[in-house]
Design a protein around this ligand. Sequence first.
Ligand code: SAH
Ligand code: SF4
Ligand code: F3S
Length: 440
Amino acid sequence: MAAPKKLYIKTYGCQMNVYDSERMAETLGAQGYVETATPDDADMILLNTCHIREKAAEKVYSELGRFKGLKEANPDLKIGVAGCVAQAEGEEIVRRQPMVDLVVGPQSYHRLPEMEAKARSGARALDTDFPEEDKFEHLKARPKAQRGPTAFLTVQEGCDKFCAFCVVPYTRGAEVSRPVARILDEARDLVERGVKEITLLGQNVNAYHGAGPDGGDYSLAKLIWDLDKIDGLERIRFTTSHPNDMSDDLIAAHGECKKLMPYLHLPVQSGSDRILKRMNRSHTAESYLRLIERIRAARPDILMSGDFIVGFPEETEEDFQATLDLIEAVKYGYAYSFKYSPRPGTPAAERQAVPADVADERLQRLQHLITAQQTEIQQSMVGRVVNVLFEKAGRLDGQMVGKSEYLHAVHVTHPGIRAGDIAAVEIVEAGSNSLSGKIL
Ligand code: SAH
Ligand code: SF4
Ligand code: F3S
C-alpha cells in the first residue's frame, strides 16, 4: 500500500469554516490523506479562508507567499484555496498567486475528490458553483473515531438578509436548511463518538426551516426539541442568530428545554436607528431591547453576546453614543467588535467613510465598555455554582478546563476529572479570561 499523503489545513473565519474543514479532512481522508500539523511535510495544503473583512482576505495572500519555498522544494505539493475568499475572488486568486492548484468555493466541497485528482494530474481545478445538492450529504465519509466532548453541526447555510456591509450573502449564497433527518443522524453519530455538547451552526441559524420527516417545515425550536430526546447528548447551543428570526417558540425553548444552554449570541451591529436603517438591518435599537426583555423573561439568567461594527459610513458621534447606550442597557457577557471594513460589491462600500482615526478611537471606547461589563459579569460568578463540561487538560499540573453553561472557561484541579465529565463547580476566583473553582 502506498504511504498516506499528508494534508495540512489552515482555517480562518467563523465556526462554519471549522466545521467545513473537518468535513474536507474526512473526505480527503477517504482519498488516502492524513492530517498533519505543519505545512512543511505536506503533500497538500488547503487554506480555508474568510472574506468578511479586508484584513482577513489579504492574510490569504501573505500566507500563500510563505509556501513558495515549499512548492519549489517539492513540485508535487498541491496548494488549494477554499472558503469565502475562493468564492469571492475565484480566478483572481490564481492570477495573483499562480502556484495555486485548486480553488474551491464553500458550496462545492463534495467535488473535492475529483478536483484533487485533477490537480494531481497537473491541471488546475477551479469550482465556485452554487449547486443544488446538499453538499454535506455527499461529504459523509465519517470515520467512527472517538471525538472530543464538543462538536459543531451545520444545519443552515447562506443568508438572504443582505446587510449593506456584508459579503456573506455573496460568498455563501442563499439561505438553505438541511433536512431534519440528516441532522438527527449526524447528531446521533456524534454522540456515539463521545460528543456531549453540539453547537448548531448557520449564518442565520434561527431562520432554520428544514424539511421534517413528514415533509413539513421545522423551526429551529422544533429541531432543538428533537435533539433534546437524544440520550447522551447533554447540551445544545446554536449560533449565529438574527434578531428578526427570534420566534416565540425559540424564546420559549430557552425557558423550557433543559439541554438548551443559557447563552445567546444575538448581533445588533449598532444602537443607532439611523445607522441600522443604512445597514439594512430591518430592526431598531428599541425592538432589539424589547426582544431581549422577552428572552430574559423566559430565561432570566441567560448570558447575552453580540457583534458591533464601529465607523460604518456616515456614523456620527451621536450615532456612536447610541451604540454605547444600547450596550449599557443590555449588559453583555461577551461581545465582538469590529472597525467597519468596506467590502467590494457591497452597497456600503460606495459610501462616505468615517476617518480611520475616528473609527479607531470609537472602537477603543466601545471595547473598554464591553470589557468592563464582561469583567463585572465574570466577577459576579464568584460564589455561584455552575455546571462545567470538561474538555481538556489545563496548563498546570492536574488541572482541567471546561465550559460553564454560560460559556465561561472554568479551571479546576481535581483528581479523577476527565474530558467529557460534567460536574457542579463552585466558582472561587475570576481571572481576566477565565474562572476557577472547586468541584462540589
Ligand atoms: N450572520 C451573522 C454574522 C456574520 S459575520 C449575523 O448576522 O450577525 C460576523 C460579524 O462580522 C458580523 O456580525 C459583523 O459584526 C462583522 N462584519 C461583517 N461584515 C463586516 C464588515 N464589512 N466590516 C466590519 N465588520 C463586519
Ligand atoms: Fe451578513 Fe447580515 Fe446576513 Fe449576518 S444577517 S450574514 S451580517 S448579511
Ligand atoms: Fe468569513 Fe465566510 Fe464565515 S466570510 S465569517 S468564513 S461565512
